[in-house]
Write a protein that binds this ligand. Structure first.
Ligand SMILES: NC(=O)c1ccc[n+]([C@@H]2O[C@H](COP(=O)([O-])OP(=O)(O)OC[C@H]3O[C@@H](n4cnc5c(N)ncnc54)[C@H](O)[C@@H]3O)[C@@H](O)[C@H]2O)c1
Length: 344
């Protein structure tokens, strides 16, 4: 092993793991090992990255790496990440951190006991547009936040081991809790399985935020003709829309709103007496830096200097607690309090 080089194994060279390999391979002084149990996936990796070391199991290369990125399907996260952490390897696990609260707690505990960094891949918290949006919310520009709605829709990709909420909503829960610096306290869910009989493929998740005195409705779908990645924040003074699919206006701030009007003559109040405000639409300049590159560079920096990541394992645990509560809420049909919360 060369001094000054950080050796990183990426476990799972599928849709997303291949992007980690691309990004990590482009970082200075990082050597990538690709691990996948599927020989066809390894052959594809070899074609794209002739210099990368290849292996069919993490065990075979664990002694030769400083850090591990886990990009397997979620149901394999805990098994792979525990092996990495037990060996004292700094570990980045894709979202969702685990598929149960108990597993997520095990990962956080193992990371602490082995003094190995655990980071979760909440990519949107490394997205410049989301950071800009947080600045806008915190500046008070929008006034009091009345509600937020998010939409993360497309046709597929159907997952075999988790439903659409566990697959897509971690992004929205992470974005909204990051904007408010607060985890939701309660949730209710409508979800439906339309195709096949295994997992819900369309869902609406309502999240209550007590301190911010507001709520968010998260719409996720694998069954929609349009690819939508949108967060709408409705404030008392202004409204903001973050559209991650837009090339050059990812955030738009609408100087619009509705106010109750004075009623002079109660007899004429048959229509709702409202005044509507219409003003400018502005869009802040947001330089583009691929969020996955920013995230993986941050992970490598944490590995090198021993600092705590911005999205540590316990933040992944927080989100898994919310996801787990959505299962209970869906089954019960009611509103479920989200258990023990960890400060983010
Ligand atoms: N952060 C994001 O924006 C984002 C986007 C997409 C997916 N993801 C996450 O990335 C992870 C992977 O998703 P995907 O869509 O790439 O899955 P995928 O099915 O396309 O790929 C998974 C790969 O892992 C391999 N694999 C499975 N178990 C393994 C094991 N024990 N050891 C070695 N290899 C193993 C499979 O052979 C496959 O090549 C998931 O956790 C998903 O939630 C994150």
């Amino acid at each position: 092993m060369a001094a000054g080089t950080t050796y990183v194994a990426v476990v799972g060279y599928g849709y997303w793991g291949s992007k980690h390999v691309r990004v990590l391979s482009s970082l200075p002084d990082v050597a990538v090992t690709v691990v996948d149990e599927n020989d066809h996936r390894l052959a594809e990796a070899a074609g794209h990255y002739p210099a990368a070391r290849l292996a069919t199991s993490l065990d075979a290369v664990l002694d030769d790496v400083d850090a591990v990125v886990v990009a397997t399907p979620p149901s394999a996260h805990t098994h792979v990440a525990v092996a990495a952490l037990e060996a004292g390897r700094h570990t980045l696990v894709e979202k969702p951190l685990a598929t149960s609260v108990a597993d997520a707690e095990l990962l956080v505990e193992t990371s602490a006991s082995r003094q190995a960094t655990l980071m979760v891949g909440h990519t949107f918290e490394y997205n410049a547009a989301v950071r800009t949006l947080k600045g806008i919310v915190r500046s008070g520009t929008l006034g009091r936040i009345l509600h937020i709605d998010t939409a993360r829709l497309s046709l597929g990709r159907y997952q075999s081991d988790v439903n659409v909420i566990w697959d897509l909503a971690p992004h929205d829960i992470s974005i909204v809790s990051y904007l408010f610096d607060e985890m939701p306290s309660a949730t209710s869910v409508w979800a439906q399985c339309n195709i096949g009989s295994r997992h819900a493929d369309v869902a609406h998740v309502r999240l209550q935020f007590e301190r911010a005195n507001t709520h968010a409705v998260v719409h996720v779908s694998w069954l929609n003709p349009n690819k939508v990645r949108r967060v709408t924040i409705v404030g008392e003074r202004k409204m903001a829309v973050y559209d991650d699919m837009s090339d050059n206006e990812r955030i738009r701030i609408y100087d619009i709103g509705v106010d109750p009007a004075e009623i002079d003559d109660p007899a004429s109040a048959h229509a709702m007496p409202m005044t509507y405000r219409f003003g400018d639409i502005t869009s802040p300049y947001i330089p583009f830096d691929e969020p996955l590159r920013v995230q993986d560079q941050h992970f490598v920096d944490c590995v090198r200097n021993g600092s705590t990541p911005n999205t540590p394992g316990r933040r992944g645990l927080d989100i898994v607690r919310v996801l787990s509560a959505t299962d209970v809420a869906r089954d019960s049909g009611g509103t479920v309090r989200i258990g023990e919360r960890v400060a983010s």
